[in-house]
Design a binder for this molecule. Structure first.
Ligand code: ATP
Ligand code: PAF
Ligand code: BAL
Length: 280
């Protein structure tokens, strides 16, 4: 696996690949890799001739007071895992390389970008869309792979790709979970043993809602009440949001019909976790 730190070098390599007609699959990450990230690489490998991954802990998407400084950085182990999965090129720039003039020019998806995580983490999605647009310009992928765990991120990026005419396909990949249901996340490593036990309530709340839908209940107000009752069984959880929304616009839906997203975010101790399910 070739490791590239310079924007100009990365852009040159990808330009050559495209000229040769090689299809490029791109997996952007912030590192601290787990099986969720690797599932995106595996999907990219199965659909594209070359896989490019990136590791960049993007300062722009962390609000003041968030965990930018503590965010886990496990570069050597990440490289070993990416190489074993057949990634051809890893782009791992420093912040100065990505933002030499600071963040003077940014991209904001209005509306969608201010909902769910965008409401709780002001400026977060402007940071995400700005860095992902830059990465798309640098890597010029044919396909880019994102996890459904970050469902609001997918909604925001899909809108950006459409509005700014990025010539690529955005591929959404299923949530990878531990055997007990907890969605894998780099931030899970912040959890103590007892916090991890409490964190299971997120998936349990989503499952309780799903069961009610399967039994025929469609009214969002009632489904949200069922979810909240389950969340209240955990003592060290502070719910940020539990919402039933349209998966594309992220606007509230009064009925849990097909295509609707049920999303939850909660602080488990000081760690903020998210999870969701799509109604099909
Ligand atoms: N459990 C998972 N299943 C599938 N994809 C995932 C999972 N966790 C993360 N991803 C995807 O991996 C990509 C990189 O995410 P990121 O590096 O932020 O990891 P993360 O585990 O989500 O970290 P964080 O704890 O910061 O949310 C994103 O597209 C994200 O949706
Ligand atoms: C897409 C991303 C790599 C942009 O920094 C990040 O938001 C993430 O890891 O989901
Ligand atoms: N997975 C989204 C990255 C973040 O939480 O900042």
């Amino acid at each position: 696996m070739k490791i590239v730190k310079s924007v100009a070098e990365m852009q040159g390599i990808c330009r050559d690949l495209r000229t040769q007609g090689v299809s490029i699959g791109f997996v952007p990450t912030m590192g601290a890799l787990h099986r969720g990230h690797l599932s995106l690489v595996q999907r990219a490998r199965s659909e594209c001739q070359t896989v490019v991954a990136s590791i960049f802990v993007n300062p722009l998407q962390f609000a003041p007071g968030e965990d930018f400084a503590q965010y886990p950085r496990t570069f050597e182990a990440d490289c070993r895992q990416l190489e074993a999965e057949g990634v051809a090129i890893l782009f791992a720039p420093e912040a100065q390389e990505m933002y030499p003039s600071g963040a003077v020019t940014t991209i904001t998806v209005s509306g969608i970008g201010d909902r769910l995580d965008g409401a709780s983490r002001p400026g977060h999605f402007t940071g995400v869309t700005t860095v992902v647009a830059k990465l798309f310009h640098i890597v010029a992928p044919h396909r880019a792979y994102f996890g459904q765990k970050d469902a609001a991120q997918i909604a925001v990026l899909s809108q950006m790709v459409q509005d700014l005419n990025f010539d690529l396909e955005l591929v959404s990949c299923p949530i990878v979970r531990d055997a007990d249901g907890l969605a894998l996340s780099s931030r899970n490593r912040y959890l103590s043993v007892s916090e991890r036990e409490q964190a299971l309530v997120l998936h349990r709340a989503l499952t309780a809602i799903e069961q009610s839908i399967i039994q025929g209940e469609r009214r969002s107000a009632l489904l949200l009440q069922i979810g909240r009752t389950t969340l209240e069984t955990a003592t060290c959880i502070k719910v940020d949001y539990l919402a039933i929304v349209d998966a594309r616009s992220l606007l509230p839906e009064s009925s849990a019909k097909s295509g609707v997203l049920i999303a939850v975010a909660a602080y488990v101790g000081r760690t903020r976790l998210i999870d969701n399910l799509l109604v099909s």
